[in-house]
Design a protein around this ligand. Structure first.
Ligand SMILES: *[C@@H]1O[C@H](CO)[C@@H](O)[C@H](O)[C@H]1NC(C)=O
Ligand SMILES: *[C@@H]1O[C@H](CO)[C@@H](O)[C@H](O)[C@H]1NC(C)=O
Ligand SMILES: *[C@@H]1O[C@H](CO)[C@@H](O)[C@H](O)[C@H]1NC(C)=O
Ligand SMILES: *[C@@H]1O[C@H](CO)[C@@H](O)[C@H](O)[C@H]1NC(C)=O
Ligand SMILES: *[C@@H]1O[C@H](CO)[C@@H](O)[C@H](O)[C@H]1NC(C)=O
Ligand SMILES: *[C@@H]1O[C@H](CO)[C@@H](O)[C@H](O)[C@H]1NC(C)=O
Ligand SMILES: *[C@@H]1O[C@H](CO)[C@@H](O)[C@H](O)[C@H]1NC(C)=O
Ligand SMILES: *[C@@H]1O[C@H](CO)[C@@H](O)[C@H](O)[C@H]1NC(C)=O
Ligand SMILES: *[C@@H]1O[C@H](CO)[C@@H](O)[C@H](O)[C@H]1NC(C)=O
Ligand SMILES: *[C@@H]1O[C@H](CO)[C@@H](O)[C@H](O)[C@H]1NC(C)=O
Ligand SMILES: *[C@@H]1O[C@H](CO)[C@@H](O)[C@H](O)[C@H]1NC(C)=O
Length: 862
C-alpha cells in the first residue's frame, strides 16, 4: 500500500499519468537523464525506440533495457548488443547524464561500438554498481583508475576491448567484493602486481585473463605465495593465450579450484610434472576441468586418473606420446576427453571406456590409434561429438556408432574404412549436424539423407569410392563436399538444397555429367563452387550470375562450351576463376577486368578464346596468376601489364588463397574453424602440378601457345615478384628485354618457339633462382652469357637457335677480342643468314671462315 501510495505521489509530481496500478512510475529526473543518455547514440536498429516522451512511453521503467525492479529508480540498464540471438549495436558515447541514475546497480553496454574512445572516468562515480559489463564494446586507451571507486562491484567484464593499464592494477585491489573479473585481451604486460592483486581479492570466484600478454615467468617469479591462503574462493581460472611455462605447485592447494585453463601458453614440461604440481594438495579432489591444450607438453598420460572429479580434460595439440593407460576408465565423471593432435599411439579398446558412462565428447583425432572393439560392443556412453580422424577404425564401418542416438558431430576421416555406408546410418541421428568421412575407401551408393538428417549442415565425403547417382540431400546444408569419388549422372538432385544456406559446393573430380541445372537462385550464400573434373557440357546457365557472394569458381576440366555468361560480371567478389580445359569460346571478356576487381587467380587455359588481350585486364591489381595459355589469342601483350601491382610488390605472399571461412560450433566448447583452400593446376618449376596451399606464394604469367605477336614489352620488368613467365609458342619478335635480370625471383622462364632475336641479355646470368629456362627455337644469337646457373642447364634449353654458341652448347664461340656482334648482325638479315650458314657448313669451316672473314663480317650487318 505504501508503494502504491508513493507511486501515485511520484506520478503526480512528475506529471505522468498513474495509469494501471501495477505500473511503477519512473522519476522525471532519471527519465530526462536517460533521454540525454540516448542522445549520445546513433541508434540505427531502433533499439532505443521505446525511449520517448510520447504519453504511452513516458514511464521509463518500461523502456526496453531499463529495469527498476519494483522501485521508482532505474536500477539496471541492460543494453548489451547481443540479446535473444540478435545483434543490435548502438554506436556513440556514454554521456555524463548517466550520473543522475544514482541507484544504478547494473550497467551492461557490451557489444556496442564506442569507436575506440576511452572508458569515461565518471563511470567510477556510479558507486552503487554491482555489475559492469563493457565487454567487446570497442573501447580503447587505459582503464580509468576511478573504477577502483566502485566498491560494491561484484562483476566486472572489460573483455575484448583494446585497453591498456596505467602502470599496475592497484586500483583493482580496492574492489574487495568482486567475484567475477574478466580483463581478457587487455595488455597487462606491465602489471607486475597482477597476481598479488587478484590473489588478495577475497571473494574472487572466476578470473578470466585470456590473451593478456602475461609474461612467462610472472607466476613463479613472485614470492612463493601460499595460494590457498590467498585465493579462498577461487573456482575458475582462465589464463589461456598467455606465456606461462609452469604451473606453480601452490595452485594445487586451492581447495575450491574447479576449472583451470592454461591453453595456448608455453607449457613445455613433462605432463606428469605439471600434474604432480596440481595434484599435490586439495585441488586434486575438486578439479573438474583441466585445459592444457595448445602447448608443447611432452611425456605420457600415465597419472591422469589422480583427479577423481575430472569432467573435462583437454590436452589436444601438444607433444604427448606413448599410449592411453586403461586407468583412464576410472575417471567416471568424465564428459569431455580430448587428446587430439598429439603423438599418442596404441590400441584403444572397450576397457578404456568401460566406466565412462557420462562421456559426451570424444576427441582422439590426429594420433596413431588403432581401435579394437568387438563388433557388437555397446558403449556405456551417449556421445554428442565423435572426432576420430586418422584413427585406424576400419576396415569395417564402426558398428558401435549405431548405438549413439544423440550425435551431432561425426568425424571418422582418414580412418581406413573400406566398407559401404551401413543401412542403419540414415536412421542414426536426426541430431546429426556434421559428418566427415573423407579420405577413406567407402564405396557403394550414398543413401538418401534428405528426409531423416534434417539438421545436417556439413557433409564431407571427399576422397572415397562412392558411386551411383547423387541422392537427395538435406535442404539446409551449408557445406557439401563430394569431391574425388565416382558419382555419376546428372546433378539436378542438388537443386533440393534450397534452404538458402549453401556456402561451399565441391563436386569436383567425379564422373558427373549433363548440363548444369538452372537452380543457382537457391544459393544466394554460395562462396565456393567447384565442379572441376567432371563431364559437364553445354553452356553455363546465366543464373550463375546471381551468386553475388561467390569467391571461388572452378569449372575446369569439363566440356563446357559457348560464351561465358555476361551475368558473371555480377559476381564481383570473385577472387579465383579456373575455366581450364573446356571449350569456352569468344573474346576474352572485357568485364573480367572491369567488374571483377578482387581477382587473384585467373586461369582460362586450354579453351577457344580468341581476339586480343583486353587492356582493362590490367586493372586487376591483385592478380597473381594469369594463365591464358593454349587459346587462339592474338595481338600483342599489352604494355599496361606493369599495372599488375600484386606481381610487382612483395605483399603478404605467405597467406594462402583462402576463399572462405566458415566456422561452426561442435558442442559447448569447440569452435571449429574451416577454411577452403583453392587449388589449381599450374606449370611451375618445369612441371604441371596441383598447387593449393602454396598457390598464394606464386606469381605467374602464362600466355603460351597462342598467336601473340609483337615484342615482349619491357614493362614486364617491373613485375619484380614474378616466379614464372611463359610466353612460349607464339609469334613474338624482337629482343629479350636487356634488363630481364631484374626479375630476380624468376624460377621459370620459357620464351621458346617464338622469333626472338638478338643476343641473350647478359643480365640473365643474374637470375640465380632460375631452374627452368627454355629459349629454344628462336633466332637468338651470340654467346650464351656465363654464369653457373646458365651453364648448368641442359643444352636443349638453347637448341634451335643456330646463332647461339658457347657452353652448354657444343658450338664454340669465336673467341678473343672480336666476338661477333651478332645482335646487330642478325637484326635484319642475320637470322636467315645464320640459319643458312650453319645448315650448309661444317663446324670446321665456320671457324675457318670466321677466322678469315671475321673482321669483315663484324663491321657490316650484310
Ligand atoms: C570514430 O573516431 C574517429 C577518430 O577517433 C572519427 O574520425 C570518426 O568519425 C569516429 N566515427 C564515428 C562513427 O563516430
Ligand atoms: C588499439 O589502440 C592503439 C593505441 O593504444 C591504437 O594504435 C590501435 O589502432 C588500436 N587498435 C584498434 C583495432 O583500434
Ligand atoms: C603490450 O604493452 C607493452 C608495454 O606497453 C608493449 O611493449 C607491447 O608491445 C604490448 N603488446 C601488444 C601485443 O600490444
Ligand atoms: C598453505 O596453506 C594451507 C591452508 O592454510 C596449509 O594447509 C598449507 O600447508 C600451506 N602451504 C604452505 C606451503 O605453506
Ligand atoms: C612445479 O612447481 C614448482 C614450484 O612452484 C615450479 O618451480 C615448477 O616449475 C613446477 N613444474 C612445472 C612443470 O610446472
Ligand atoms: C616419448 O618421447 C620421448 C622424447 O621425445 C622419448 O624419449 C620416449 O621414448 C617416447 N616415449 C614413447 C613411449 O614413445
Ligand atoms: C596433428 O598433430 C600434430 C602434432 O600435434 C600437429 O603438429 C598437426 O598440426 C596436427 N594436424 C592437424 C591437422 O591438426
Ligand atoms: C564405475 O563407477 C562407479 C561409480 O559410478 C564405481 O562405483 C565403480 O566402482 C566403477 N567401476 C569400475 C570398474 O571402475
Ligand atoms: C543430446 O545432445 C544435446 C546437445 O547436443 C544435449 O543438450 C542433450 O542433453 C543430449 N541428450 C541426451 C539424452 O543425452
Ligand atoms: C573435406 O575433406 C578433404 C579431404 O581431406 C579436405 O581437403 C577438405 O578440406 C575438407 N573440406 C571441408 C569443407 O571440410
Ligand atoms: C591500372 O589499374 C587501375 C585500377 O586498378 C586503372 O584505373 C588504371 O586505368 C590502370 N592503368 C592502365 C594503364 O590500365
Amino acid at each position: 500500500m505504501f508503494l502504491v501510495h508513493l507511486r501515485s505521489a511520484l506520478g503526480f509530481i512528475s506529471g505522468v499519468g498513474v495509469g494501471d496500478a501495477n505500473d511503477i512510475i519512473c522519476l522525471e529526473g532519471e527519465r530526462q537523464a536517460l533521454l540525454e543518455f540516448k542522445k549520445g547514440f546513433i541508434d540505427d536498429n531502433g533499439m532505443l525506440s521505446s525511449w520517448g516522451s510520447e504519453d504511452e512511453n513516458k514511464n521509463c521503467c518500461n523502456w526496453k533495457g531499463v529495469n527498476c525492479r519494483q522501485t521508482s529508480h532505474v536500477l539496471e540498464l541492460h543494453l548489451g548488443a547481443y540479446q535473444n540471438n540478435r545483434v543490435q549495436r548502438l554506436q556513440g558515447m556514454i554521456t555524463p547524464s548517466l550520473l543522475a541514475l544514482t541507484h544504478l546497480t547494473l550497467l551492461d553496454l557490451s557489444g556496442n561500438n564506442f569507436n575506440q574512445s576511452h572508458i569515461p572516468e565518471f563511470i567510477g562515480s556510479l558507486i552503487n554498481l554491482k555489475y559492469l559489463d563493457l565487454s567487446y564494446a570497442d573501447f580503447g586507451g587505459p582503464i580509468p583508475l576511478q573504477l577502483g571507486n566502485l566498491l560494491h562491484l561484484q562483476n566486472l567484464n572489460l573483455e575484448g576491448n583494446n585497453l591498456t593499464i596505467i602502470e599496475n592494477l592497484k586500483w583493482l585491489s580496492r574492489l574487495s567484493l568482486i567475484k567475477d573479473l574478466d580483463l581478457s585481451f587487455t595488455n597487462l604486460s606491465v602489471a607486475n602486481d597482477w597476481l598479488e592483486v587478484v590473489s588478495g581479492l577475497p571473494h574472487l570466484t572466476t578470473l578470466t585473463l585470456w590473451y593478456c600478454n602475461l609474461p612467462p615467468m610472472s607466476l613463479s617469479s613472485l614470492p612463493p605465495f601460499n595460494y590457498s591462503k590467498s585465493f579462498t574462493s577461487l573456482e575458475s581460472l582462465y589464463l589461456g593465450g598467455n606465456q606461462f611455462d609452469t604451473i606453480p605447485k601452490s595452485f594445487g592447494n586451492i581447495c575450491t579450484f574447479r576449472e583451470l585453463d592454461l591453453s595456448s601458453n608455453n607449457l613445455n614440461g613433462q605432463l606428469f610434472e605439471l600434474i604432480n604440481n596440481l595434484s599435490a594438495g586439495c585441488a586434486r579432489d575438486s578439479l573438474e576441468v583441466l585445459d592444457l591444450s595448445w602447448n608443447q607438453i611432452t611425456g605420457s598420460l600415465h597419472n591422469l586418473a589422480i583427479f577423481p572429479s575430472l569432467k573435462e580434460i583437454n590436452l589436444h595439440h601438444n607433444n604427448i606420446n606413448g599410449t592411453v593407460p586403461k586407468t583412464i576408465r576410472n575417471l567416471f565423471n568424465l564428459e569431455v576427453l580430448s587428446f587430439s593432435s598429439n603423438f599418442l599411439h596404441g590400441v584403444i579398446s572397450e576397457v578404456h571406456f568401460s566406466n565412462l558412462s557420462k562421456l559426451r565428447y570424444l576427441h582422439l583425432s590426429n594420433n596413431s590409434f588403432t581401435f579394437e572393439f568387438s563388433f557388437n560392443w555397446v558403449p556405456p556412453f551417449q556421445l554428442e561429438a565423435i572426432f576420430l580422424g586418422s584413427c585406424m577404425l576400419g576396415p569395417r564401418f564402426p558398428n558401435w556408432i549405431q548405438t549413439q542416438r544423440n550425435i551431432s558431430n561425426l568425424d571418422i576421416s582418414y580412418a581406413k574404412i573400406s566398407d559401404t555406408i551401413p543401412m542403419w546410418f540414415v536412421d542414426l541421428a536426426p541430431t546429426l549436424r556434421v559428418i566427415d568421412f573423407c579420405s577413406n575407401h567407402i564405396d557403394g551408393w550414398l543413401p538418401d539423407l534428405s528426409t531423416k538428417c534434417l539438421y545436417l549442415e556439413k557433409i564431407n565425403l571427399s576422397a572415397n569410392l562412392l558411386e551411383g547417382p547423387l541422392p537427395l540431400l538435406p535442404t539446409n546444408l551449408s557445406i557439401l563436399n563430394l569431391s574425388e569419388n565416382r558419382f555419376s549422372g546428372s546433378i539436378s538432385s542438388i537443386c533440393k538444397i534450397n534452404g538458402g544456406l549453401l556456402k561451399h559446393l565441391d563436386l569436383s573430380n567425379n564422373l558427373l555429367s549433363g548440363q548444369l541445372p538452372n537452380c543457382f537462385m537457391h544459393w544466394p550464400s554460395l562462396v565456393i563452387l567447384n565442379l572441376a573434373g567432371n563431364n559437364f557440357y553445354g553452356e553455363v546457365p546465366s543464373s550463375l550470375g546471381l551468386l553475388s557472394q561467390l569467391k571461388t569458381l572452378s569449372l575446369s576440366n569439363n566440356s563446357f562450351s559457348g560464351n561465358l555468361p555476361l551475368s558473371l560480371k555480377n559476381c564481383s567478389l570473385l577472387t579465383f576463376i579456373n575455366f581450364e580445359n573446356n571449350r569456352f569460346f569468344g573474346k576474352v571478356p572485357t568485364w573480367i577486368g572491369e567488374d571483377l576487381p578482387q581477382l587473384i587467380i585467373l586461369i582460362l587455359r586450354s579453351n577457344k578464346f580468341y581476339g586480343s588481350i583486353p587492356l582493362n585486364l590490367c586493372w586487376l591489381k591483385y592478380l597473381r596468376i594469369l594463365d591464358l595459355s593454349i587459346n587462339d589469342i592474338s595481338g600483342s601483350i599489352p604494355q599496361c601489364i606493369d599495372n599488375f601491382t600484386a606481381m610487382a610488390q612483395k605483399g603478404n605472399s605467405s597467406t594462402d588463397i583462402i576463399s572462405s571461412d566458415y566456422s561452426y560450433s561442435s558442442g559447448e566448447n569447440f569452435i571449429i574453424g574451416e577454411a577452403y583452400v583453392d587449388s589449381a593446376r599450374i606449370v611451375w618449376k618445369g612441371r604441371e602440378d596441383m598447387y593449393s596451399k602454396s598457390l598464394g606464394l606464386v606469381k605467374i604469367i602464362n600466355l603460351s601457345s597462342n598467336k601473340l605477336t609483337g615484342k615482349l614489352p619491357s614493362q614486364i620488368l617491373s613485375l619484380l615478384q614474378l616466379v614464372g613467365l611463359d610466353v612460349s609458342k607464339n609469334n613474338l619478335i624482337g629482343e629479350i628485354p636487356q634488363m630481364i635480370g631484374r626479375l630476380k625471383n624468376l624460377e621459370t622462364l620459357n620464351l621458346s618457339s617464338n622469333q626472338f632475336s638478338g643476343e641473350i641479355p647478359s643480365s640473365m646470368s643474374e637470375l640465380t633462382f632460375l631452374n627452368h629456362l627454355d629459349l629454344s627455337d628462336n633466332h637468338l644469337s651470340g654467346k650464351i652469357p656465363s654464369s653457373t646457373q646458365l651453364q648448368s642447364l641442359d643444352a636443349s634449353c638453347f637448341a634451335g637457335n643456330p646463332g647461339l654458341c658457347g657452353p652448354p652448347l657444343s658450338q664454340k664461340c669465336w673467341s678473343g677480342e672480336q666476338t661477333p656482334n651478332q645482335s646487330e648482325a642478325s637484326e635484319e638479315y642475320g637470322d636467315e643468314f645464320w640459319k643458312w650458314f650453319y645448315a650448309t657448313t661444317g663446324f670446321g669451316f665456320v671457324v675457318g671462315f670466321l677466322g678469315v672473314c671475321g673482321s669483315l663480317l663484324l663491321k657490316d650487318s650484310w
